[in-house]
Design a protein around this ligand. Structure first.
Ligand code: KG4
Ligand code: ZN
Length: 337
């Protein structure tokens, strides 16, 4: 019998609610973005984010239940992102899900945001195939070997900035607003990726780690020398090419090292068009298959949290499970088993 999970996502600046039946029956999928509110500050303000989650969430849960045509009693489990993310923001979603679970006498499921991203390319499927996963978001750049649901080996991560963070910081230097990844992607489409040579740090380091802070600094020094507005597309394309080259090279090297013929990309940066183009080409040459989540599951959303939870409805979390704002490699693997 298919179980119905209601999931909440409030780790950063999107307030999201989803109701999922089984592994792929979408009954509701709502996202209220606060991006416009935070854009005026040039980044996410934690206190503002949590206050907005608190204001938006009750109405959004009601809307989701109405859309699904369900009463809380008809939900089999209540899930929430419990980390990583902003502590006060995580607390809103996880406390709400715990309250709903207690009120309805149903289990609570604590879900890791990064597991949500990582599994999103397989949305709708009842099993997770063996693959190498690249999670590229605003706060994280992680490489995992996945043998199945709950069986994850962390192969590497960024030693400084995340890939999305590099996009956002460079966008800010270029005066493109926050978050600027999508805008760089858009401008880069008209640009020449070979015009400027930016560093591909750690591309041949032989491990699964990444570094994007040197690239960001290199772009900063370059811009300090002055540039013409007409150069903007070429700068965006050249910077983006450097990020994408590293991401693809590391992902493919990891697949080879682990003997996997399937790779998957997830998180906000997986929306990047050039990343998709390069994966298509390089995976084709290497005889690999690649997967990304459907577009509406790439940025933060609650459906990916519900999907991750749908694989372990039978193994609820303690109602006292605390939020975990920081990424902890040890905790990550334990929390997922
Ligand atoms: O996964 P996500 O929505 O939130 C986090 O968990 O962080 O990722 C947001 C990140 C931001 O850094 C944003 O600039 C980046 O994803 N992003 C992109 C694109 N769309 C969003 N980066 C590059 N190209 C894009 N098209
Ligand atoms: Zn995310």
């Amino acid at each position: 019998m298919s179980r119905v999970v209601l999931a909440l996502e409030t780790s950063c600046d999107e307030t999201a609610v989803a109701i999922l039946c089984g592994h792929g029956g979408v009954m509701s999928h709502l996202i209220a973005s606060q991006a416009d509110i935070h854009a005026q500050y040039g980044g996410v303000v934690p206190e503002v984010a949590s206050r907005n989650h608190l204001a938006i969430l009750p109405g959004l849960v009601g809307e989701a239940l109405r859309e699904a045509g369900l009463a809380p009693a008809a939900i089999d489990a209540f899930a929430a992102t419990t980390g990583p993310g902003l502590a006060a923001a995580l607390l809103v979603g996880s406390s709400a899900a715990k309250g709903l679970a207690l009120g309805a006498g149903k289990p609570f499921l604590a879900v890791d945001h990064l597991e949500g991203h990582m599994l999103s390319p397989f949305f709708g499927e009842s099993t997770i195939p063996p693959h190498v996963a690249l999670v590229v978001s605003g706060g994280h750049t992680l490489l995992f070997d996945v043998s199945g649901h709950g069986q994850y080996v962390l192969l590497g991560r960024t030693v400084d900035d995340a890939a999305g963070e590099a996009f956002d910081k460079v966008a800010k230097m270029l005066g493109l607003g926050y978050p600027g990844g999508a805008e760089i992607d858009r401008l880069a489409r008209e640009g020449d990726p070979k015009r400027f040579d930016f560093p591909r740090s750690m591309i041949g380091s032989g491990d699964g780690n990444f570094s994007f802070s040197g690239l960001k600094t290199s772009v900063r020094y370059f811009l300090e020398k002055g540039f013409a507005p007409d150069d903007l597309p070429d700068i965006c394309a050249s910077f983006q090419e450097a990020v994408v080259d590293v991401l693809v090279a590391k992902l493919l090297a990891a697949a080879k090292a682990r003997g996997r013929d399937l790779v998957a990309v997830s998180g906000g940066v997986s929306t990047n068009r050039r990343l998709g183009e390069k994966l298509e080409k390089r995976c084709g040459q290497a005889g690999l298959t690649w997967r990304a989540a459907r577009p509406e599951l790439r940025a933060d959303n609650a459906l990916m949290i519900a999907y991750a939870a749908s694989h372990r409805v039978e193994r609820p979390s303690p109602i006292g499970a605390d939020v975990r704002p920081n990424f902890d490699p040890g905790l990550f693997s334990n929390a997922l088993r």
